[in-house]
Write a protein that binds this ligand. Sequence first.
Ligand code: GLY
Length: 405
Amino acid sequence: MKLKLLPVIVCTLCLCAFSSGSFAQVDFKPQKELLSAIKKNFKDADAQYQFLAKQIGPEEFPKTYHPNTNNQENSASDWWCSGFYPGTLLYLYEQDHNKPLLAEANRILGVLAKEQFNTHTHDLGFMMYCSFGNANRIEPKPEYKEILINSAKSLSTRFNPTVGCIKSWDSKNPSDYLVIIDNMMNLELLFWATHETGDSSYYKIAVTHANTTMKNHFRPDYSSYHVINYDAQTGAVKEKKTAQGFANESAWARGQAWGLYGYTVMYRETKDKKYLDQAQHIAQFILTNPNLPADKIPYWDYNANNIPNAPKDASAAAVAASALLELCRYADNGKGQEYFDAAQTMLKSLSSPTYKAAAGTNGGFILKHSVGHLPAGTEIDVPLTYADYYFVEAMKRYKEFGVTK
Ligand code: GLY
């Protein structure tokens, strides 16, 4: 009798595991050498970020560094990247418990806090969730929660139900409604707000935004446009174009990585299979792209006209590596190992001296060779705070595969 029941029990357990959506279907094995390199990377990054902390004024946030002119560039708290510096400090503190990193994180969070009321940007997810979200995850505090809820409220003011999206960029033309693929990254804050408050309106905004973006931002090959311009009154699509990519019809590398990460989060938060499919399609586009180099660090645009002489974008690789290290846990069709292996190659490449800066160089940033906005002629082949943030996050995720359960 017991033996007859065994297949039923096994099948039931398998079904539960698959439908849970958060079950590691394959036991991915991290490589010992890469785990050792990551351990060293964290130590080196601790020292780099203590050096970086000395390059900013009391109200400033690091932005980039220009190696040719030895020029440090910093920003105010309203720059879209202001959350990455405290977020990286907190991730690093979590690893090695280096007290000066925590002290600097707490100091800069105090400068950033006022952005909770900023309704002029769609980037509040990046700014407040990468920073206060991590602070609250590590040590939950009522004041962090209040800041995060206010940030979610501010972000929600940019949602237009007729368009079905959160507005990314304001425009002088009142009938324009500009939405960029990057905006998928701001939705995690809204899911957190619904979990925390029980108010489902944040969740509904996130899901509606993701559905509208899935409908209009993607081409048949699952590459994405950078910018969709909707009619603010009717919600009709007026234009599909780029701002930071090579051409309107090209695949800007970081945009593809934002989409991959964004739909992976959508699946984590909703368990709706259509988001898992979308993330897997995007992964397929990236990983089978004939212009993806062997080191899996993409050129700044998959269709740049001067490949192989185009600048690489380490930030796009860091974002993609972190996303793949989550997606591999959910993936179906036996794709998980492929995603894990691709992320591993990306992490190995980023850990090499080609991309990882030597101690005391690179203005204190961890990674070299990212591209911010090539068409504008800014931040080309430089370090960027978000390359560092997602690299550190990806290393943390990789390391967690090596923890015995
Ligand atoms: N607009 C955000 C980015 O450069 O990825």
